[in-house]
Every structure is written in C-alpha cells, then in structure tokens.
Write a protein that binds this ligand. Structure first.
Ligand code: NAD
Length: 485
C-alpha cells in the first residue's frame, strides 16, 4: 500500500475483483515509479502491467459480461449512483491524490473536477433509464430497436484529467451493460485505483470494472490488440491513436478517438474585449495542459493592441506555484520530459522569428516543473508553433482584417477539436460558427460542457462522438428486431 497525500492507495492492478501484482517477465521490473509533478519526488511504486495482465483483465471482464449485460437497467443505474455516492464521500481524498499525481489545482479538483466525476455516473445512470426504444411499423410488421451492450471495452486515458476522463468513458460503458478494462496513464495511475475501491464498496460485481496499470505500448498495446475487446475508447495523442488503430485493425474493433487540438479563439472588433481577454487567460488553466485549449488567439487588427494590453494585465496577475495552495492559478507541468517538450516548441518558435510578449521559459523563481505562461506574436506563417499542439501554457497571437481571413486562419490546421468566438454580433456568430471545422464551438464563453452534448473532434482531433445518447450509440450494438403481425 502506498500513502499519498495522507490517503492509502493500492498500487496493484484490479482484476476480477482482486488486487494483483505484476507477474513481470524478464526485461523489466514488476513496478514503475510514480513521481509527483509538484516536486518530482517519487510517491508510489505502481504495478507494471504487460500482456499477461491485459489478458487476465480481458478474461475477467469477459467472464463478468453475460451477468452484467442481463442485469436490469434499474439495478445498473442504482449501482452507478452508489459509485457516485462513494466519489462524493471521498471527494477530498480524491482531490488530494489527483493533485499530488498530476499537479492540477486542488481548488479545481475540489470544486469542479470531482463533482463532475460523480456527475458522470449519475448522468449516464439516469440517461440509461430514459433511453427509448425506437419502435415503428413497416406494412404491419413491428420494428423494435434495442441497445445491446457490445461486450468488453478497453478504455485508455491520458494524464491531464485522469479520473474525469476515465469516468466519462466508464460510466456510459457500464450503464450500457458492458464490462471494462481501464488502462490509466502511467504518469497518473492513482485515482483509478481509488475508483476501483469505491466501485467495489458500492457493490459493483467482480470483473465488471478492471484496472490494468502500466506503460502505453506495454500494457495498453495488448489490450487494444485483443480479439475479445469489442470497443476501444481512447483519449490521448495522435501518434498513440495511430498505434491503437493499427493494433485494432485485424479485429476491426470499433473505436472512439478523442485526440489533440490547436483550437482558435477568434476575437472580433465588435467583441467585449474584457470578456475576450478573460476567455484568453483561461487558456492557461491546468498549466495549458487541456486538449480543448484555444491556444491560437486570432484577433481583428483594429483591436489587437487593446486586447493584448488586457490579456497581458491578466496574465501578469496569475499566481504560479504549488497546486495544493488554493490561491494558486497555474501549477506545474506534468513531468520533466513534458516540460522539455514544451520548452523545445518555445525555443524553436523563437528561432523561427516569433517574439514572446510574456513568459517564454521555465519559471526560474520556482524551479522544478513550473513553466511561465507564454504569449508569442510574430510567428511566421506555417511555423510549428502555429500548427502543432504544444499542450503547455503557450499561446500565439495572430491578427486578421476580414471575417474571411479569420475563418481561413481558424481552419488552417490539421485539427478540429474546438473553437471559441468573441463577438457582439449574433449574426456573425452564427455565420462564422457554421463555417468552422470543430466538434465544439463556444460563443462568448468557454468550457461549458453539458454531458448531454456530443463531444469529439474532426480531422486529426478524433473519430466519433461521445456524450448523451451518442455514448450509448458507441458502447452498444444496436439491433432491429422485425416481428410479423
Ligand atoms: P498519450 O497518447 O501519450 O497517452 C495516452 C494514453 O495512451 C496513456 O494511457 C498511454 O499509456 C497510452 N498509450 C501510449 N501508447 C500506447 C499504445 N501503443 N497502445 C495503447 N495505449 C498506449 O497522450 P498523453 O500525453 O497522455 O495525453 C496528452 C494528449 O491527449 C494530448 O494530445 C491531448 O490533446 C490529448 N487529450 C485529448 C482529449 C480529448 O478529449 N480530445 C482530452 C485530454 C487529452
């Protein structure tokens, strides 16, 4: 047992209702070390899974599937609500452990993230009970459409919002009657382990939820290649998505991919510039490690100076530091390797001719993994900093003179996850949002996410949509039964 932030966390896998250590073959240790981004110190030794653990977890999930799939909707919903109760009871512990593990702000975990985790379970439990049967007649024959659970689902999640993203998948998958194997990110394994405890305490039958810890290719690879896995839901980077798609190809396993972004924030001259600057500074939340972040600020030339002034004032007021301090606004990057990657983008941006109006390097006062909120201007067309996802606290500013140019710039990357518009003209908002390639468009707001809404990205930002009934579409095999009169 590890003790993290005063909370006991079991570092082993959770397979078939049992805690299992790794039976590591030659070539690696049985555990790996989990570091806290707050100070880069080790906080736990975590079981390092491989093919044996992936196989065992899929077998456990497969064995548990028939009974779970037959369990009535009311009972499944009751159990999901019981898990939500457990999450609510342990909100403070989950918040402390998640902050120690991924360095995101404790105040966000307490106020926003963990309540959302509970809501993920409650929402899909209730949605399940309201899920209609689309019955209709054809020449006197009755068509009855049913939502059949698909089977074992492999769920693979990143480190930037570990429990939030895991439960966004687990809740609908379980509600639909599937069993799941979760492979959390190796940089943030801890809250998944606590969730397994909570689910067991809530009475979820053994094998319905399994957790395999470990590195991506080593533990996630065998899961995504497994012939008994009937759905893969993945949130993470584009290169990993390609590896998963290749691994799943032999079995044509259906998959949902939620990937990266390079989203724009368009600021038109008719916008409320204070609101626009508030929206822009929000993009430094989670130290910039947010897939949806609008990292490309596209600003109408006539207001660029006034907008920039407001944004720099707000950025200057951000307090960077220990995420356990409720007064902190910007915490650390997740890992030394990630910080170096972010810094590489910044260095190359400068070399390409971009100028940092603020930030532009690690926070030397704090040391460690703290990177200063950065704003670049003057990057040349096509520069890497304008086209590639940095996934750190780095924004760029470009200007435009016409709506046409704004749309062209906004759509000018290979991504299509989200876009944000700041404008005082509702007609413009409707016109421009209609032309943007993005799974979500926010007008004069940011990060308002209703679980009933479809969520996902276009182009390299992903494949498929989850949320609301779209989650059930993905996690179910829809069946039409036609009965003669
Ligand atoms: P990543 O792709 O490196 O890792 C994500 C997960 O995939 C981890 O659990 C990792 O262990 C696993 N993995 C790695 N290689 C694998 C393989 N070969 N087979 C199976 N699993 C494998 O991504 P990351 O660095 O953890 O997360 C950051 C990325 O996630 C960013 O691109 C970000 O935009 C994206 N993201 C997207 C969303 C969204 O909803 N669209 C949300 C959050 C993060």
């Amino acid at each position: 047992m590890a003790t993290v932030a005063g909370v006991a966390v079991d570092p082993r896998h959770w397979i078939g209702g049992e805690r299992v250590a790794s039976a590591r073959p030659a070539g690696g240790g049985a555990t790996f070390t989990d570091l806290s981004p707050i100070d880069e110190r080790p906080i736990a030794e975590i079981a390092r899974g491989g093919a044996a653990e992936a196989d065992a977890a899929v077998a456990a999930a497969r064995a548990a599937f028939p009974a779970w799939a037959r369990t009535g909707r009311e009972e499944r919903a009751r159990l999901l609500h019981a898990i939500a109760d457990g999450v609510e009871k342990r909100t403070e512990e989950l918040a402390r452990v998640e902050t120690a593990d991924n360095g995101a702000l404790i105040r966000s975990h307490r106020r926003g993230v963990m309540p959302r985790v509970a809501h993920n379970f409650r929402f899909f439990a209730d949605r399940l009970l309201g899920l209609g049967h689309d019955d209709f007649e054809t020449r006197g024959h009755r068509n009855h459409v049913s939502w059949d659970p698909a089977g074992v689902c492999a769920l693979i999640t990143p480190w930037n919002a570990p429990l939030m993203l895991a439960t966004w998948k687990i809740a609908p998958a379980l509600a639909a009657g599937n069993t799941v194997v979760l492979k959390p990110a190796e940089w943030t394994p801890l809250t998944a382990s606590l969730l397994a405890d909570i689910a067991a305490e809530a009475g979820l039958p053994d094998g319905v939820l399994n957790v395999v810890q470990g590195y991506g290719a080593e533990a996630g690879g065998p899961l995504t290649a497994h012939p008994d896995v009937r759905r893969i839901s993945f949130t993470g980077s584009v290169p990993t998505a390609r590896a998963i798609a290749a691994a799943a190809a032999p079995h044509l396993t259906p998959m949902s991919l939620e990937l990266g972004g390079k989203s724009p924030l368009l600021v038109f001259a008719d916008a409320d510039l204070d609101l626009a600057a508030d929206l822009a500074v929000e993009q430094y939340d989670n130290a910039g490690q947010v897939c949806l972040a609008a990292t490309r600020l596209l600003v109408e030339s006539s207001v660029a100076e006034a907008f920039t002034e407001r944004l720099l004032a707000r950025t200057g007021a951000l307090k960077q530091g220990d995420p356990r301090d409720p007064g902190t606004d910007v915490g650390p990057q997740i890992h030394r390797r990630h910080l170096e990657r972010v810094d590489g983008f910044v260095r190359r941006a400068r070399e390409a001719g971009a100028r940092a109006l603020t930030g532009g390097g690690p926070n030397d006062d704090l040391g460690g993994l703290y990177y200063r909120p950065t704003l670049f201007t003057g990057a040349p067309d096509g520069a890497e900093i304008l086209t590639e996802e940095v996934f750190g606290p780095v924004l760029t500013l470009q200007t435009f003179d016409t709506e046409e140019q704004a749309v062209a710039l906004a759509n000018g990357t290979r991504y299509g996850l989200a876009a944000t518009l700041a404008t005082g003209d509702p007609d413009r908002a409707a016109r421009v949002s209609g032309r943007l390639v993005a799974g979500t468009v926010w007008v004069n707001c940011f990060f308002v996410r209703d679980l009933a809404a479809p969520f996902g990205g276009s182009r390299l930002s992903g494949m498929g949509r989850e949320g609301g009934d779209w989650s059930f579409d993905f996690y179910c095999d829809l069946k039409n039964t036609v009965t003669a009169p």
